[in-house]
Design a protein around this ligand. Structure first.
Ligand code: ADP
Length: 271
């Protein structure tokens, strides 16, 4: 018999409704995908609401949500589980994927393309009709319960071609394309998240849009909704608007002196 470290899965339940403003019918598609045991792929730039969407979906489904931030060192054991030695005894510890699967929850693999190829292979049998997870070290094959959902995200903007998702992988998913919200919606989000007045949130959205237009000039990614909310929080903490936008937005985007100067002009034109 294997001793297993027990987790309290309820810790991963989202009790309070997360604030989420839908951009389109992504909530309906997400709920329908889950009801039909289909995995979900969220694509879009950083800070545009993918994680918040997953939190909202999990809340709507009353499902525990287990999020894994993928990185190039992430191993299969990190996802599936491993033996640990406790008081000179080998104890099995479920990884986040196994934990979510056994509990019939949602496992969200954020920035999946960052993970090693041999790691992502483990999700293949989970994404097709089999919906199974082989746990080699335990000699077990777990069948996913109907309410288990696998969701992954990636940012098509800054991933190199070699790091792109393989067609065989991506064709297993229902895909939702996320982008920065329309200016009015984004201003509403900034206002709701920070509590700032509509005039300021509109200005910040304008600044974000200006930085996003610098893509052709070599800026890999413009300011995200997250960044502009961050700058507003600095302002609310007493930092003047120009400094808050410098520290909270543009310095986080680049080190390039010319791009910084161009964005500094944008700030001073607005504040
Ligand atoms: P990512 O796409 O990187 O996962 P997040 O979901 O973490 O981005 O979004 C960053 C922040 O932007 C959130 O914490 C939230 O404050 C805000 N945000 C972005 N889009 C929305 C949205 N549609 N509804 C509510 N908040 C949003």
């Amino acid at each position: 018999m294997t001793n297993t470290l027990e987790y309290n899965i309820d810790e991963h339940l989202i009790e309070k409704e997360p604030f989420y403003m839908a951009q389109s019918n992504e909530v309906e598609i997400g709920l329908t995908a889950q009801a039909n045991q289909l995995p979900l792929l969220l694509k879009g730039p950083t800070g545009c609401g993918k994680t918040r969407f997953m939190q909202y979906l999990a809340w709507r489904l009353k499902s525990p949500l287990i999020t894994v931030s993928c990185h190039d060192d992430l191993s299969t054991s990190d996802l599936v589980g491993r033996y640990l030695v406790k008081a000179s005894e080998a104890v099995w510890q479920d990884g986040p994927l196994t934990l979510a699967l056994r509990a019939g929850g949602i496992c969200y693999l954020d920035e999946i393309v960052e993970a090693r190829k041999d790691t992502t292979v483990v999700i293949h049998p989970l994404t097709d009709d089999r919906r199974e997870l082989p746990v080699e070290k335990l000699g077990k094959l777990y069948k996913a319960p109907d309410d288990f959902m696998l969701a992954v995200s990636y940012n098509p903007g800054y991933q190199s071609v070699t790091k792109d998702l393989k067609p065989s992988t991506r064709q297993r998913f229902v895909s939702l394309n996320f982008d920065y919200p329309d200016p009015e919606l984004e201003a509403e989000i900034v206002g709701r998240e920070s509590g700032c007045d509509p005039g300021l949130s509109r200005k910040m959205v304008k600044l974000a849009a200006m930085t996003r237009s610098l893509k052709e000039s070599g800026l890999p990614e413009g300011a995200s909704t997250r960044l502009i909310i961050q700058a507003v929080k600095l302002m609310q903490g007493g930092i003047c608007a120009v400094d808050a936008c410098r520290a909270g937005v543009i310095e986080s985007l680049t080190d390039d002196p010319e791009l910084l100067e161009a964005m500094d002009d944008m700030i001073t034109s607005l504040f």
